[in-house]
Write a protein that binds this ligand. Structure first.
Ligand code: PMP
Length: 414
């Protein structure tokens, strides 16, 4: 990317005009918009008066069922690439399951471990960057060291990953968003998945935290295939390596959906043994409601098309406006799915861009959030989340963002 010369006076005048407009816009978090949430409003009337039996006769009003309802697990087995019998439906979303997985691994030996992670002298995770701030915050909260690994257009840089995990037994895991990654939109290539599944790790209890949050969140008909991490790991003799996570948060209701956890037989036995101390069973009424609403895999697919119709134009607007305004100064991703665009501005200006935008009434995710400890060494990455605001607001916010990028670049070149 070039730091093309920017006329300082013009940039300042444009910015002053922007501030004068007194905007109040927010493109910080990847939340579904109210229109997207409306798509699932049939849920509000389900399962319906008198409907409380699951297909196996389970009374969903009562305690029990640590694995979740089979009919719902079947609906998501294909999308999450986990056989239904190895996929649990639990909780209201996936982040809590990732949190529990980390806590359980700290406190109770995962299959294959020599000791609990809490008893290890050091526990580290690989953090592909740019990545998801909540992953980083979760592991940081438990004192787990995060080692940044660069993302490429095909997933994490596997030369770096393989070298690090082979030599360092303290590295116990890697965060992965394998489909339409947050925030780059990258889908891991077959080669990357194969290498993750088969690489030699110094830690016998290494885990891939496979957060397939955007498994069905396509924006176009060009749906990239993702290699099957559980099958490939099993083939390579590492069946226990992946922990697969997913949820319906951005399919039905964010936070009012269902989470999923998929893994090997041994991992599931470990998990259910521990989770039984925490709950007598999850919310099966919500699971039944979801199964009745989504019906089957095709039902999910049809529903996701409606999401794409709503948010696709917002992503197109981001790309169009950035192309018009910033082609000479910045680069950005053009995701075909997921929830984010990753904008790379001239080095050393991202924080200033976010500050300028805030002053002008446009809230952006803090610069650095895409990196462990909020520290982007190049100070160059800004995550754009265009799903929540109305299209006109997305357009306005991105135009405003462009004004801020130009001013920050101009200031830097003074
Ligand atoms: N993983 C990723 C990669 C996400 O982007 C998000 C939401 N922004 C989540 C997990 C949160 O998912 P859930 O609602 O299922 O906890």
């Amino acid at each position: 990317m070039t730091t093309a010369s920017v006329d300082v006076d013009t940039a300042r005048a444009d910015y002053a005009a922007l501030v004068d407009r007194g905007l109040s816009l927010d493109i910080t978090r990847g939340k579904p918009s109210p229109k997207q949430l409306d798509l699932a409003n049939a849920l509000l009337a389900l399962p319906g008066d008198g409907t409380f039996k699951a297909e196996d006769g389970t009374d969903v009003r009562n305690y029990g069922g640590l694995k979740g309802l089979p009919e719902l697990r079947r609906i998501f087995a294909g999308a999450l690439q986990v056989p239904a019998e190895h996929l649990l439906a639990a909780g209201n979303s996936s982040l809590e399951l990732m949190h529990d997985a980390v806590v359980h691994a700290l406190l109770s030996k995962v299959p294959g471990a020599e000791r609990r992670w809490a008893d290890e002298p050091r526990v580290a995770f690989l953090a592909p960057v740019p990545g998801y701030d909540r992953h980083f915050a979760l592991t940081e909260r438990f004192g787990i060291e995060l080692i940044p690994v660069p993302m490429t257009g095909e997933g994490p840089d596997m030369d770096v990953v393989e070298r690090l995990v082979a030599e360092d037994a303290g590295i116990k895991g890697i965060w992965c968003v394998p489909k339409y990654s947050n925030p780059t939109g990258v889908t891991f290539s077959d080669d990357v998945v194969k290498r993750l599944a088969s690489m030699t790790t110094a830690a016998p209890d290494f885990r891939i935290f496979w957060d397939n949050a955007y498994a069905v969140h396509h924006l176009t008909d060009d749906e990239p295939a993702l290699a099957d991490v559980l099958a490939l790991s099993a083939e390579a003799g590492h069946a226990d390596r992946p922990f697969v996570f997913g949820s319906t948060s951005k399919i039905t209701y964010a936070g009012g959906g269902v989470g999923f956890f998929g893994a090997s037989e041994a991992n599931l036995a470990w998990w259910t043994g521990l989770i039984g101390k925490r709950t007598i069973g999850s919310d099966k009424v919500n699971q039944l409601r979801h199964a009745l609403f989504l019906k089957d895999e095709d039902g999910v697919r049809a529903h996701m098309r409606k999401h794409a119709e709503i948010i696709g134009p917002k992503f197109e607007a981001v790309d169009r406006i950035l192309t018009e305004e910033l082609s000479d100064l910045a680069s950005w991703t053009k995701p075909t799915g997921g929830y984010f665009v990753s904008l790379t501005v001239p080095e050393g200006t991202a924080k200033e861009v976010v500050r300028l935008a805030k002053e002008a009434g446009v809230a952006l995710t803090p610069a650095g959030a895409t990196h462990p400890h909020g520290d982007d060494p190049a100070d160059a990455v800004i995550r754009i989340a265009p799903t929540f605001p109305e299209l006109a607001d997305v357009e306005e916010a991105v135009r405003a963002l462009a004004v801020c990028v130009r001013l920050a670049a101009a200031q830097q070149s003074l």
